[in-house]
Design a protein around this ligand. Structure first.
Ligand code: GAL
Length: 767
């Protein structure tokens, strides 16, 4: 078959592809074959009050807000708010028209995530209610559509904590927020279409790998004719292998596996290479293309063994953090770019090799970034300690299926969490969740996060939240610690130096113990980022200060420990786990704790060498990069700047200086991106810091920063915004018009900082 032809006809037509406005509409209508996906994220009308009249198409919603999803049902303060403020029933309305090429197709609306229950109406007809805030769902629109005229989709969103829906029914230690907080699209498919694809690499380490491509087909027409399925593997645009076979449909739905062999040299997906390939599947009736799907995949062998976790035959000690996907002010309603950034922070800044998506399936953008960055993932179903009644459990079992069927092609995912986090044993319930996971995905092991060892193990891997120190010895050959430190030692960026140091040490001690015994597959600490929670948990402002970074993703000293555990070939790290202040500690500064992957440090005060240190191998005998601990108490006079030099094999490779002046010297406002798309949702973070003259954060700076923003964007954040612990962040969200945005951040006495961001044209939505 002609390769160019294959590619041309397989491209899923997404009408938002980068084409000029007039052309896109044309393209959508000309497409006679293959599926059409029409994103409908913009031009929603929203009201925080729903009424039955608002379900109807002729309702006048001109007074509603015009919003773009991801959307939060209410903007909130960043802390100290009552969770009841987002618990209400709201309504979203979206008008759309279909392209002429829609005729003869089945039309679905796909929601990626709506918190927490959604009742969906099309043109006044109630289609049903979906219960669940973290899992994708669809409704078929076909029988109720106006094919030529305007259609009205209405979604009534119940964001209350409904006891009939996981994770609710009792208290939970996090907030769920509300609204249509992930993307929405219309999917137009032929009556016989590919419902899902699961590509399973085989014999990955044999030198002769192959690929099984399981295709799930749904048929709702009886037009007859021989059907053919084709599958092809690509490396970028280069085809590697392809195969085709006739489809034998036995019922309305069928699963059929295509086998791709003789792939030639395949590069493995690993933490370093994160090598990805693409599988394309086409369904044909004679020469006519009925449907096509594309998935990104990776070839790797991942399994927990009694010797630890093995990736491609090599044991990798897992070192990671748990992540909540919540953000200040907007809860979970952050778009792809911001979701992806969290994965980047975890992998590149915190040098983790694993993340747990506590306690629910997270954004597909986050998981895509994990695939690209080489960050392993333990993904789990929604829930927290409480198990509800039979109907509730049925939803949780269904969540297992939705999570796996959404995410089974991600090479980064190595373990399915199929137990409600820290719940009690429940034989029947967890027999079901495990059976379903194994039946859907025979390639991955299951775990189920528990907080007591004496529990019944129905999963493959014993995944345990052990907050004690020392840790319990493994009670099962396959053993992974999934939470530690957390609430046992909440720590704020503004805490005193003794606490910041102890917080760092606690994470280091646990990882040291995990490194002492091969049977620990590793550990995932609680947690990456501080998060908003209920009053029953957290500090008095309803934040759990359990992160190694704060809620704005600013690192605390404990983050430096995670950072320092990477190979110096990747990055040389030297992170002081203290503020350089003479009298902040009781009696006065004594012990300097430094996290570094150097093998020797030298300390200078006012350019005088005052101490040298090797890694503390006494306390941290098992860590490859043990922290350094040195007593500087004797050397504080005369007081002055502290310079720390790091050496590897006798050669100086890094130096950090901390000012002894006690003066706020610089204010910086640094955007993570200088170009956003004018799609109404694209967002970037602007990191704010007050530092000394060497760039070290001044933890006592709590100044109010005032912002002026011009251009087609809005600010996510308070204005003015008071720094906490010398740092903070706000986000800038693009509007729907291209242009230039200028943000000026005024510090009361260190002057203004100006940030420029280009808002680049985004293709319009076609429905
Ligand atoms: C665990 C729980 C987490 C979080 C953590 C706080 O018990 O699984 O969700 O609440 O405690 O340390």
């Amino acid at each position: 078959m002609d390769r160019r032809n294959f590619i041309k006809t397989t491209g899923t037509l997404i009408a938002s592809a980068a084409v000029a406005p007039g052309l896109a509409a044309h393209a959508a209508e000309d497409a006679a074959s293959g599926r059409i996906v029409l994103p409908i994220n913009r031009r929603w009308r929203y009201s925080p009050q729903s009424t039955p009249a608002a379900h109807q198409p002729d309702f006048d919603d001109s007074g509603f807000d015009r919003v773009t999803v991801p959307h939060t049902n209410i903007r909130l303060p960043w802390h100290s708010f009552d969770e009841k403020s987002y618990q209400f029933v709201s309504i979203y309305r979206r008008r759309f028209r279909l392209p002429a090429s829609a005729r003869g197709r089945r039309v679905f609306v796909d929601f990626e995530g709506v918190m927490t229950a959604s009742t969906v109406f099309l043109n006044g007809t109630r289609l049903g209610e979906y219960k669940g805030g973290y899992t994708p769902f669809s409704f078929e629109l076909t029988p109720h559509l106006d094919w030529a005229g305007e259609n009205l989709l209405a979604v009534e969103v119940d964001s209350t904590e409904r006891a009939d829906i996981p994770p609710f029914g009792y208290q939970i230690d996090y907030l769920t927020f509300g609204g249509i907080y992930r993307e929405v699209a219309l999917r137009l498919v032929s009556p016989t279409f590919i419902e899902n694809v699961f590509a399973q690499p085989k014999d990955v380490l044999s030198g002769n790998p192959s690929l099984d491509v399981q295709c799930f087909i749904e048929q709702s027409d009886a037009s007859g004719g021989a059907l053919t399925l084709e599958a092809a593997l690509f490396d970028g645009d280069r085809p590697i292998a392809r195969t085709a076979q006739p489809v034998s449909l036995t019922s309305g739905a069928t699963a059929q596996t295509l086998h791709l062999a003789h792939l030639g040299p395949i590069e493995l997906w690993s933490l370093k290479t994160s090598r990805l390939y693409r599988v394309e599947v086409r369904l044909l009736r004679g020469p006519e293309l009925l449907d096509n799907q594309s998935r990104r995949i990776g070839f790797r062998e991942a399994k927990f063994t009694p010797q630890g976790f093995s990736l491609n035959g090599e044991v990798v000690k897992l070192r990671g953090l748990d992540r909540h996907q919540t953000f200040p002010w907007v809860g979970q309603a952050m778009p792809g770019r911001v979701q992806r950034r969290d994965a980047w922070i975890l992998r590149r800044e915190l040098k983790c090799n694993i993340v747990r998506t506590s306690h629910y399936p997270q954004s597909r953008h986050f998981l895509d970034a994990c695939d690209e960055l080489g960050l392993l993932v333990l993904e789990e179903i929604p829930g927290w300690q409480h198990i509800g009644d039979q109907a509730w459990q049925d939803i949780a079992v269904d969540n297992v299926g939705r999570m796996i069927r959404r995410d089974w092609n991600h090479p980064s995912i190595i373990l399915w969490g199929v137990r409600i986090n820290e719940s009690r044993d429940n034989h029947d319930f967890y027999t079901r969740t495990n059976a379903l996971a194994h039946q859907l995905d025979p390639t991955r092991q299951t775990g189920g996060i528990r907080n007591f060892q004496g529990s019944e193990l129905l999963e493959d891997v014993f995944t345990m939240n052990d907050f004690g120190f020392p840790l319990k010895p493994p009670n099962h050959p396959l053993y992974l610690n999934t939470e530690f430190v957390g609430h046992t030692f909440p720590t704020k960026t503004i805490d005193n130096v003794e606490r910041l140091r102890e917080h760092t040490l606690r994470h280091a001690r646990i990882h040291n113990q995990l490194a002492s015994d091969a049977q620990y597959a590793g550990g995932i600490g609680w947690c990456a980022f501080d998060y908003n929670t209920h009053a029953d948990f957290g500090s008095g402002d309803r934040i759990c200060y359990h992160g190694v970074s704060d809620i704005w993703r600013q690192p605390k000293p404990a983050a430096g420990f995670y950072r320092s555990q990477c190979d110096p070939g990747e990055e040389v790290v030297l992170e002081p786990a203290f503020h350089w202040a003479h009298g902040d500690e009781s009696i006065g500064f004594t012990r300097a704790l430094v996290c570094s992957n150097c093998d020797h440090l030298k300390f200078y005060i006012q350019d005088q060498l005052v101490a040298e240190a090797d890694p503390d191998r006494e306390e941290f005998a098992h860590l490859k990069y043990a922290p350094f601990s040195v007593d500087l108490g004797h050397a504080l006079h005369p007081w002055g700047d502290l310079r720390i030099e790091g050496y590897i094999a006798g050669r100086q490779v890094i130096a950090r200086t901390l000012s002894g002046r006690g003066v706020d010297s610089q204010f910086t406002a640094v955007p993570e991106d200088t170009r956003l798309l004018a799609d109404g949702a694209d967002t970037t973070r602007v990191v704010l810091r007050v530092t000394d003259e060497y760039g070290a954060v001044r933890p006592f700076a709590s100044d109010a920063i005032r912002f002026e923003l011009t251009g087609p964007a809005t600010l996510i954040g308070d204005n003015p915004f008071a720094l906490a612990g010398g740092a903070g962040a706000i986000w800038i969200r693009a509007g729907e018009t291209p242009g230039n945005v200028q943000l000026t951040a005024h510090h009361p006495y260190l002057g203004p900082q100006t940030v420029e961001i280009e808002i680049a044209p985004a293709p319009p939505e076609q429905a």
